[in-house]
Design a protein around this ligand. Structure first.
Ligand code: KG4
Ligand code: ZN
Length: 337
């Protein structure tokens, strides 16, 4: 039997420059160079700055991953890279680097969809959910419910009509002066706050779609209604309560949709992945749903919730060795498929 492949993963779709080495199902290195400080002043990712910083960091990040794995390029069997969706300029940096690297190493190049990467983040240690399963992808750019019937076969059964859940976390964090990205800060404060402080609206749609822009606006209006001269004090006093109330609304919406989708698809396994799956409130609530409804819940380790390259290499491992390698003229693909 052929030995499991040693794969280099590369991910540059947004503001994290990431490289990982996967040896079979073992993650031998998982390096993420975050650009959060670069974008913090702008309250969100500035695409041109993201591309320039990927250019600066991609070489050292890949080198660090190889060093941590104690490997040299000729030890690699393949290079897996995110081709989309994401910021076109940012994707181009990773793709160009991966093409050149694969060519120089003489090994195949595999293109991976970023969302498929997130879906496989629950499989990184080799113990992911068996198909068929339901996958909730909740990140800064996407909120999607996907029915995974067979390996590599995805049916999107619900998605956001406007903002992604992570985007709502980031915008609300900005209103509360919590910096960027806001999700982790809101999560931390929510643990000390009163979720019953204010009943923010929960949107629910029969077709399993989501909407978070109304919730975001309702936080904005709630703060706007506080008299100008009292607002700063009000926020300082109730920041944790506001975080807890907002987070509870997001969690309720997501868990309710997973509940209905699990019933509709009759699955026994549910994975929740993407940056927002790191949220402690969501993790607890989804485990409770699992216990109540007899569903097996699969959550990635914290290191693999937000963008990383181990998830990209994991998709390539899953396809190995039947994978048809990319040619060197592969370009960013911005559509979901
Ligand atoms: O998956 P990811 O790294 O990038 C995208 O593909 O978008 O997700 C980043 C998003 C950000 O919006 C960030 O605020 C959110 O995930 N996030 C969280 C937490 N950690 C990261 N949201 C809520 N709670 C967290 N603990
Ligand atoms: Zn992502």
């Amino acid at each position: 039997m052929a030995s499991p492949p040693v794969l280099l993963g590369i991910e540059t779709s947004c503001d994290d420059t990431a490289a990982a080495v996967l040896d079979g199902t073992t993650v031998r290195a998982n390096v993420v160079s975050s650009q959060h400080e670069v974008h913090a002043d702008y309250g969100g990712v500035v695409p041109e700055l993201a591309s320039r910083n990927h250019e600066r960091h991609i070489g050292p990040v890949v080198q660090r991953a190889l060093d941590e794995a104690n490997l040299v390029p000729s030890d690699l069997d393949g290079v897996a890279v995110t081709y989309g969706p994401g910021l076109p300029g940012a994707l181009l940096v990773g793709l160009s680097f991966a093409k050149a690297f694969a060519y120089a190493c003489g090994c195949p190049l595999l293109g991976v969809n970023h969302l498929e990467g997130h879906a496989y983040s629950a499989h990184i240690d080799g113990h992911g959910p068996p198909e068929p399963y339901l996958c909730l992808i909740v990140s800064g750019g996407h909120t999607q419910l996907v029915h995974v019937k067979r390996p590599g076969t995805y049916t999107v059964i619900g998605q956001t009509r406007d903002d992604a859940a992570g985007e709502a976390f980031d915008k609300v964090a900005q209103m509360l002066s919590l910096g960027y990205p806001g999700g982790p800060a809101v999560d931390r404060l929510a643990q000390q706050g009163d979720a019953a402080f204010h009943d923010f609206p929960r949107s629910s749609f029969e077709d399993l779609s989501f909407s978070f822009s109304g919730l975001k606006t309702s936080v904005l209006y709630f703060l706007r209604d506080v008299p100008d001269q009292e607002r700063d004090d009000f926020i300082a006093t109730h920041r944790a309560d506001l975080c807890a109330s907002f987070q509870q609304a997001v969690v309720d919406v997501l868990v309710d949709a997973v509940h209905r989708a699990a019933r509709a698809t009759d699955v026994e396994h549910v994975a929740v992945v993407g940056g927002v799956s790191a949220n402690s409130g969501l993790r607890t609530a989804i485990q409770t749903l699992g216990a109540d409804e007899g569903l097996h819940i699969h959550l990635p380790d914290h290191a693999f919730c937000t963008d990383n390259a181990a998830m990209i290499a994991t998709v390539a491992r899953q396809r190995w060795p039947a994978a048809s390698p990319e040619t060197l003229d592969i370009n960013p693909r911005l559509a979901l498929a």
